[in-house]
Design a binder for this molecule. Structure first.
Ligand code: AMP
Length: 217
């Protein structure tokens, strides 16, 4: 099964993807995490990516499309994939449709995680991440229990692009380039709206049946 998680930064897409990955054997494809991994390893892609990430800008469409194409060609998880952070522009969405057609797959759902701008900003400012394994935390709704990463004891830090001055720019880019995808997928009859003001476990209970149903088919 192929699912896209759509929504502004900080709506809890990554947290849900990680639960579904564990429960249903799906692979989470977080383009943001992949790029942060490349930056950490100082690869050519990482060097290119860091200037975009630092400023909260999107990488060029062709770079992202190639990255997803390479991933889909080189891996084959029969259970399926959750795309978290891709596509983020209309050009990426169209290329993604073509790519899926090429490998005889199709998109099952697009889950649109929706919340108010105010709570998004609040969530992003209080978001933290493990500098070692990438696990997400939030100082208010999902703090670490131990002060370090609960999974690997890594140091918990704030992402540079979650600092207040970059957040506003990321939100503007989201509204301008990513929001048009809501209409794009509504027209394809794929969009399900999820209220992300709810707790992580309530959202999970709401979306779980879509995955149970699909994995039985
Ligand atoms: P995220 O972790 O999803 O918030 O992504 C962090 C950053 O990675 C974004 O602000 C962009 O700079 C870059 N990025 C991630 N996914 C994409 C994408 N699909 N298209 C362009 N840039 C992306």
């Amino acid at each position: 099964m192929i699912v896209v998680f759509l929504g502004a930064p900080g709506t809890g897409k990554g947290s849900q993807a990680k639960i579904l990955e564990k429960e249903f054997g799906l692979s989470q494809v977080s383009t943001g995490e992949m790029l942060r991994g490349e930056i950490k390893k100082s690869t050519e892609l990482g060097k290119l990516a860091s200037s975009y990430l630092d400023k909260g800008e999107l990488l060029p469409n062709e770079v992202m499309i190639r990255m997803i194409e390479n991933l889909l060609i080189s891996t084959d998880n029969q259970a399926g994939y959750i795309f978290d952070g891709f596509p983020r522009t209309l050009e990426q969405a169209e290329a993604f449709d073509n790519l899926l057609k090429k490998i005889s797959k199709s998109l099952d759902y697009v889950l649109y995680f929706h919340t108010s701008r105010e709570s998004l900003i609040k969530r992003l400012i209080s978001r933290r991440i493990c500098s070692n394994c990438g696990k997400d935390y939030n100082l208010i709704v999902n703090p670490s229990l131990t002060g370090v990463c609960d999974l690997c004891n890594g140091v918990i830090v704030q992402r540079d692009d979650d600092k207040e001055e970059v957040i506003n720019h990321r939100m503007a880019i989201y509204e301008q380039l990513t929001q048009p995808l809501i209409n794009y997928y509504t027209l394809q009859d794929k969009l399900k709206i999820i209220d992300s003001e709810k707790t992580i476990s309530d959202i999970y209970e709401e979306i779980k049946p879509m995955f149970v149903k699909k994995s039985r088919e």
